[in-house]
Write a protein that binds this ligand. Sequence first.
Ligand code: ADP
Ligand code: MG
Length: 253
Amino acid sequence: MSTQREFSATASDLGAMAVAGVGPGQAPESVIHLEKIWKIYQTGDVTLAALRSVSLDIRSGEFVAIMGASGSGKSTLLNILGCLDRPTKGLYTLAGIDVSTYSAAERADVRNQQIGFIFQNFNLLPRTSVWENVEAPMLYAGIRKAERSKRIEDALKTVGIFEKVASLPNQLSGGQQQRVAIARALVNRPSIILADEPTGNLDSHTSEEILAFLQELNQSQGITLVMVTHAIEAAEYASRRIVMKDGEIESDE
Ligand code: ADP
Ligand code: MG
């Protein structure tokens, strides 16, 4: 999916999530609540259940790693959590709001207001400065210029890359690009950050730096973090590890 789509929120419905209550039968601190979620892909005559009745609760402030073999449904699950896609069946409440049946436009709003994304290949806009990359999600959110400037500076200083503010993505190393992507994920003050193989394209030293940074963000700011990873070393930074197998949760500890 393109970065454009990722941030294609409309200005309508802003603030809807801010008044979110907590759904019935749900622990108050449960920010993500999945109940019997199915995702069924139909390609021609072939039907494939990528998620089979997945139920899952994630509390505010958790750092969860999602592991499992290739094809086990990790990205499908993350895309549903991130409202990039919706389940075929089942209930998903995010911060107490049932988003399972939201339209594409409604899901775009939720993403823009609630969720920061970090991807394996950084997904920065090419030929666009670091400053503008980090500014993009705030433009969709309708944040005023002075406030945008302040948040860009804060976020880039937080990730330790403010001196590269005028650079283009292709003038940066992989680790530096991922720092910019993290800054971009932070500026709308999301309650959740979702990361799909965030260190998949980084060397081991840079991976450790990025993972330590994500862990620090989780611990100091209480941001809920859900990270898909193949690497056991990466999963060790999380406080909870979920292993997927054939579209189901095999273990959760
Ligand atoms: P993982 O991220 O764990 O490697 P995925 O969630 O990408 O796994 O995929 C789970 C299963 O769903 C795989 O069998 C994959 O081929 C299938 N799948 C994923 N996306 C689609 C799609 N858009 N259309 C059809 N099948 C898909
Ligand atoms: Mg995947």
